[in-house]
Design a protein around this ligand. Sequence first.
Ligand code: FE2
Length: 199
Amino acid sequence: MIHGSNLDEFLSDLDRYAAIGVLTPQLTADTLRRYLKGGLIVPEDLCDGEASGYSQRLLHASPSHSVVVLTWLPGQRTPIHDHIAWCVSGVVEGAEVDESFRLWRPAGSGRKVLAPAGRTTCTPGRVQLLVPPDEDIHRVSNGGTGRAVSLHVYGADISDNGGSSINRVFGQAVVAIPPAGSTLVSWRDTPSRRESIHS
Ligand SMILES: [Fe+2]
């Protein structure tokens, strides 16, 4: 797909790195940071928001990586989720709030609790790197009063997952401070592929 801007060069660079087997999360983050610093242009028709919820437009999908433009209108946010692979994101316009969570099991209980583990406000040029299992449960929301646009690169072919980068949605887990005696739940001990966590 030709976009008529340096977005094409960014996509070509990632393809070239993938072709020679060096496309790591860190190299992807460094490359995206360099393009954002130089003024990465995302065509307007890829940035339109949708009143029904945050929007995503798939620019590229291959076995090595996928690239998506995500747009949040004011007040919009993702569910709490994790991903099918590593994720590098960079803000193009506006402000995004990234909240991270850890999953705990209270002592003597089969329930699971999501504990807030950090909150970062990202403005244009800021690049975030999420690598499962330790950094991967999060929620992203528009942190400003205008449109927020970001590029996301995932280390997998998300077209294999119906075009979604999301692995699990933690829709029914309780967000709370874990009580004493709680045990951190391993990423690998929990259901995958869009199964909700039932408390
Ligand atoms: Fe995400």
